[in-house]
Design a protein around this ligand. Structure first.
Ligand code: ZN
Length: 136
């Protein structure tokens, strides 16, 4: 069994944005050269996240960001965190900092409409994504 670590950067252009990173993860899996195993996609930031959702209709991403911003307003009476980005921290915890995808015959087992997204909640920034591939 092999364990391979990889990483890449994502430059975001808006305060709230979902960037499709499926192709970058696919490349990391291909470079690892495994047939079967798993890939963990990890976000080492407290105001960003990783999720898997539809990458066919861009309105889905729009609606996810719209809903998160309605649930977690940028300004709210009672926020204490002095950086002024409490909403971004809350969104990061709601969405989560990692996803795991199964790899079979060298291919990630994503559904037809699934893509892997880096979720920015306090951009624009230059971010890192860590990928760990375990398999044989
Ligand atoms: Zn903060």
């Amino acid at each position: 069994m092999k364990i391979l670590n990889n990483s890449f950067t994502v430059s975001t252009g808006k305060r709230n944005e979902m960037v499709d990173i499926t192709g970058k993860v696919e490349k990391a899996v291909a470079d690892a050269g495994i047939s079967d195993g798993t890939v963990v996609i990890y976000c080492p930031h407290t105001t960003a996240a990783i999720t898997i959702n539809e990458n066919a209709d861009p309105d889905v991403v729009h609606d996810i960001l719209l809903t998160l911003s309605a649930l977690v307003p940028q300004d709210k009476d009672g926020y204490r965190h002095s950086e002024g980005n409490s909403d971004a921290h809350v969104k990061s915890s709601i969405v989560g900092c990692s996803e795991t995808v199964l790899v079979n015959n060298g291919q990630m087992q994503l559904g037809t409409w699934q893509g892997i997204y880096f979720c920015e909640f306090d951009g624009p920034r230059k971010r890192s994504v860590i990928v760990q591939i375990t398999g044989q």
